[in-house]
Design a protein. Structure first.
Length: 165
């Protein structure tokens, strides 16, 4: 499997906590590529995709993704698009994460609107998946059906199948 592109500058305690989390992921057997500036402190031992800009939490998502083409979020999305990573993760601006994914990777054929899926732990069983966790202020019925289908596939592939192993 390809590595996961991790936005090293996304989040309140970046890059330190992000890099610490990336090290834990590697220790658990997950391949990681960090996305951040050249010379990023603490990234020794990781492959680094260089990015010179950051989209801050207060910035407008869509315009920031369009204007900051060398941001960590845009470069992470391009890594997935270009086949260098299997997924991207950021603890930063959620709207910009979604916008960078949409503008750089596009949508799955037939999907009208993406949804953020948030696994919620449930003691003694597989997690429940909360869908559309913050991305869409208004939704259409067709989108809700698609969210349910995507969430079901995700839950089965990523959560239920792990409990069978």
């Amino acid at each position: 499997m390809l590595p996961i592109a991790v936005d090293a500058l996304g989040g309140d305690k970046a890059p330190g906590e992000i890099i610490a989390g990336a090290r834990e992921a590697v220790a658990a057997g997950i391949d990681v590529i960090l996305v951040g500036p050249r010379g990023l402190a603490g990234c020794e031992g990781f492959e680094l995709i260089e990015a010179s800009e950051v989209i801050e939490m207060h910035e407008d998502a869509a315009s920031s993704v369009r204007n900051k083409k060398d941001s960590t979020l845009v470069r992470a999305a391009e890594a997935v698009r270009d086949g260098k990573a299997s997924a991207m993760i950021s603890a930063g601006n959620t709207g910009a994460t979604m916008a960078s994914a949409l503008l750089r990777m596009g949508r799955i054929a037939g999907v009208k609107r993406p949804a953020i899926a948030t696994p919620i732990p449930a003691p003694g069983t597989t997690p429940t998946v909360l869908l559309d966790a913050g991305a869409n202020a208004e939704v259409e019925p067709e989108w809700l059906v698609q969210f349910g289908l995507m969430g079901s596939v995700y839950a089965d592939a990523a959560l239920v199948s792990r409990t069978r192993e």
